[in-house]
Design a binder for this molecule. Structure first.
Ligand code: NAD
Length: 259
């Protein structure tokens, strides 16, 4: 990359967001980490990423709040001089059949998966337009392309993320700003650990059976996707070379949605 770029990755104190932050830092991109966690742990992550020779800050914005997302984006532009890459990565799950699905969980899942993606994109585009360059990555899921029992809010939100990605790619196509969605299958992160408990309850199966009989049942290749694989795909989409790739959904799901 020519000039040093700056990326905000929402939800990057663990899981795929952290993997993406590491991969972008390896490509020489300044990093704004975002997400929750112990102060000492976050400090260690900031130091680890800074050791790669880029600038790294942590911003504690809660992305369920639109004003906090806007503030994080504007603070980043003020501190680093630009916002070149926006990775809208935060997402949450709630597993429950439709007739018992709590209204507040529907609102929470839609807000954190879909509304936060809208607010993050809108705020970042204002800065990308000034520089005539930008990369927006929205973390969808295999469940943005197919349905899943007991996951109505997440499936709806991730389908929404893919539709949003296509529409915004059209808005920005002549501004040198690309917009892409990533659709992973199951990746072993804290998100999946928490789902194991909910799925064990919802499907009335022991946790270890949920992994094999429900999660990996969908994967044609009977393995979990790795954080590093998703991170490398994201870093490529954020590079100069990916200029012609926009409005697309990139599947990395061990063959799940091919079947
Ligand atoms: P994770 O649980 O490992 O990490 C979530 C991150 O988001 C953490 O850093 C956490 O602190 C942060 N976070 C949570 N709520 C937040 C909030 N309100 N404001 C700011 N930060 C917040 O998650 P993951 O598995 O890496 O998932 C990342 C994305 O990938 C999500 O959108 C998820 O839906 C999607 N996804 C995950 C899988 C999977 O199997 N893990 C598969 C497909 C898609």
């Amino acid at each position: 990359m020519s000039k040093t770029k700056t990326a905000i990755i929402t939800g990057s104190t663990s899981g795929m967001g952290l993997g993406i932050a590491r991969a972008l830092a390896d490509d020489g991109v300044n990093i704004v980490l975002n997400g929750f966690g112990e102060e000492a742990e976050i400090k260690k992550l900031v130091e680890e990423i800074s050791d790669k020779g880029v600038k790294c800050h942590h911003n504690p914005a809660d992305v369920s709040q639109a004003n906090e997302i806007r503030q994080m984006v504007n603070d980043t532009a003020n501190t680093f001089g630009s916002v070149d890459i926006m990775v809208n990565n935060v997402g949450v799950q709630y597993v429950c059949p439709i007739d018992e699905y709590p209204e507040e969980q529907w609102d929470r899942v839609i807000n954190l998966c879909l509304n936060s993606t809208f607010h993050g994109t809108k705020a970042a585009v204002a800065h990308m337009k000034k520089n005539g360059w930008g990369r927006i990555i929205n973390m969808a899921s295999a469940l943005g392309l197919t349905g899943h029992k007991h996951k109505c809010a997440y499936t709806a939100a991730k389908h929404g993320v893919i539709g949003f990605t296509k529409a915004v790619a059209m808005d920005l196509a002549d501004m040198n700003i690309t917009v892409n969605a990533i659709c992973p299958g199951y990746v072993e992160t804290a998100h999946v650990e928490q789902q194991l408990n909910e799925m064990a309850k919802s499907f009335n199966k022991p946790r270890e059976k949920v992994k094999e009989e429900i999660m990996l049942e969908h994967h044609a290749r009977k393995e979990f996707v790795t954080v590093e694989e998703v991170a490398l795909m994201t870093a490529f989409l954020c590079s100069e070379k990916a200029v012609s790739i926009t409005g697309a959904s990139h599947v990395i799901d061990c063959g799940w949605t091919a079947s």
